[in-house]
Design a protein around this ligand. Structure first.
Ligand code: SAH
Length: 198
C-alpha cells in the first residue's frame, strides 16, 4: 500500500449498501462482455464486492479483482465461494498495480477513476499502464460531465480522460453510458471509455 487511507471506504462497506452496490454487475460491463469486447486475462481495479469481476469470471476469463477495502475483498471472496466461481481477489492499492507483477489483457474500472484528485489521476494512469501489456485495453466507466452537479464523485469530461492517460494510452472509443445506482434517481450519466495501451 502506498499510504492511501482506505478508512472511509471501509466505512462505506460497513453498513447499508453504498450507492454503487446494485446487487449485480453494471449493465455496461455485461454489454461489453456480450459484445465480445472483453479479452483474455482481466484485472478489475477497485472491484468492490466483486460483481463485475464475478460476471467476467463466469464467462471464462481469468480474473483478478483488487480493492483497497479489505471488507469489500472479503465479501467478494465469499460471493465467489458461494457461487462456485473461480476468481482471485486481493487487497491492493490501485496506484501500485505494477506491484502485481503481471501484465493483463484487459482492465476494467467501474467507478474508481472518478474518485481520484488530479495528482492521483496521473499516478493511476501510470499504474494501469504497468499492469497492461502493449495493445491491452482499459474499459473505464465514470460519472460524466453531463450528470448535473450534486453529491457523489467528480464529474469527468472527455478531454480529462484523454489527457490523463495520453502518455501510455490512446482513447480508442468513448460512448455515453449509464452508471446504475441504488438510490432514488436510479442512475447517473457516465462515459464508457476504451483506452488502448501503446
Ligand atoms: N467497482 C466497484 C466499486 C466502485 S466504488 C463497483 O462497481 O461496484 C470505488 C471502489 O474503489 C471502492 O470499493 C474503494 O474501496 C476502491 N478504491 C478507492 N481507492 C482505491 C485505491 N487507491 N486502490 C484500490 N481501491 C480503491
Amino acid at each position: 500500500m502506498s499510504g492511501f487511507d482506505f478508512g472511509s471506504w471501509e466505512q462505506a462497506y460497513g453498513g447499508e449498501p453504498p450507492p454503487w452496490e446494485i446487487g449485480g454487475p453494471q449493465p455496461e460491463f455485461r454489454r461489453l462482455a456480450d459484445e465480445g469486447e472483453i479479452r483474455g486475462e482481466v484485472l478489475d481495479i477497485g472491484c468492490g464486492t466483486g460483481e463485475n469481476a464475478l460476471l467476467l469470471a463466469s464467462r471464462g476469463h481469468l480474473v483478478v479483482g483488487v480493492d483497497g477495502a479489505a471488507s469489500a475483498i472479503a465479501r467478494a471472496k465469499a460471493k465467489a465461494e458461494e457461487r462456485g466461481i473461480a476468481a482471485t481477489f486481493l487487497v491492493h492499492d490501485a496506484l501500485d498495480l505494477g506491484g502485481l507483477r503481471h501484465r493483463f489483457t484487459t482492465a476494467i474500472d467501474s467507478g474508481l477513476f472518478h474518485v481520484f484528485d488530479d495528482a492521483r489521476r496521473k499516478r493511476y494512469a501510470e499504474s494501469v499502464g504497468a499492469a497492461l501489456g502493449s495493445g491491452g485495453v482499459l474499459h473505464l466507466l465514470a460519472f460524466s460531465d453531463a450528470e448535473p452537479p450534486g453529491p457523489g464523485p467528480r464529474r469527468v469530461a472527455e478531454w480529462e480522460i484523454r489527457m490523463t492517460f495520453r502518455e501510455q494510452f490512446v482513447l480508442t472509443r468513448i460512448r455515453e453510458a449509464t452508471f446504475q445506482l441504488n438510490v432514488e434517481s436510479g442512475s447517473a450519466r457516465a462515459w464508457l471509455a476504451t483506452l488502448t495501451r501503446l
